[in-house]
Design a binder for this molecule. Structure first.
Ligand code: ADP
Length: 203
């Protein structure tokens, strides 16, 4: 049985960076954000249900979503946001399971789930929770550089995510990403050695 480790953390904490380092050690990686994007890409599997729920106004063409309009709709209505999640989250979970089934030979794998703490149904997919975390000021600086979002926008996103203490309470392992990339590489290397030792087959 493959052990699946759910990798989570707030915006800018370093999830993608940590996943990339695990990938460099040949650990299977599943990225639920990428799954979500592919489900909503042109002709994506989620589009018929989104069309039924939101109508033609959130579409550029019958097969292509107008993401800006959809974002605007759900930003202004908690009810519509829930509706979209009711469509997307089960699809993301079922697609994730399909991908997991392709890695049955691996001792362990990483599944990156930004909302693992907020959306508890995702926790059924994983055996263990790895939280990557760093100081809020560092996260804001890193996201500013990565995306060009301004500070109020980043803080608004953070305010809608779980708090640091909620994440820490849920975590089995915590990676503090408060130093250089080399330091992060070394920390992930140690964790990789640990997981490899603990989750080796027939242990
Ligand atoms: P998340 O996926 O959690 O939103 P990322 O992994 O994309 O976060 O990291 C946010 C940004 O900060 C990226 O541009 C990433 O390359 C950079 N970054 C992450 N960790 C470090 C670090 N230890 N030192 C310098 N830059 C970092």
């Amino acid at each position: 049985m493959t052990i699946w480790i759910g990798l989570t953390g707030g915006i800018g904490s370093g999830k993608s960076q940590v996943a990339a380092i695990f990938a460099s050690f040949n650990v299977p990686i599943i990225d639920t954000d990428a799954i979500s994007r592919s489900l909503t890409a042109e002709n994506g599997q989620a589009l018929p249900a989104i069309y039924d729920a939101f109508g033609a106004e959130v579409f550029e063409t019958p097969k292509r979503l107008n993401r800006a309009v959809l974002r605007e709709r759900i930003f202004n209505s908690a009810c519509l946001k829930t509706r979209l999640e009711q469509i997307m989250l089960p699809l993301i979970r079922s697609y994730s399971r399909q991908m997991m089934n392709q890695y049955q030979q691996a001792a362990f794998g990483i599944i990156e789930v930004p909302l693992l703490i907020e959306k508890k149904a995702f926790q059924k997919l994983v055996h263990r929770i790895l939280v990557v975390d760093s100081a809020e000021s560092l996260r804001i600086e890193r996201v500013k550089q990565r995306s060009g979002l301004d500070e109020p926008e980043i803080k608004r996103i953070m305010a809608n995510q779980a708090s640091r203490s909620e994440r820490w309470r849920a975590a089995d392992d915590i990676l503090l990403n408060d130093g250089s990339l080399q330091e992060l590489q070394a920390k992930v290397g140690r964790l990789h050695r640990y997981y490899t030792a603990v989750f080796r087959p027939n242990h």
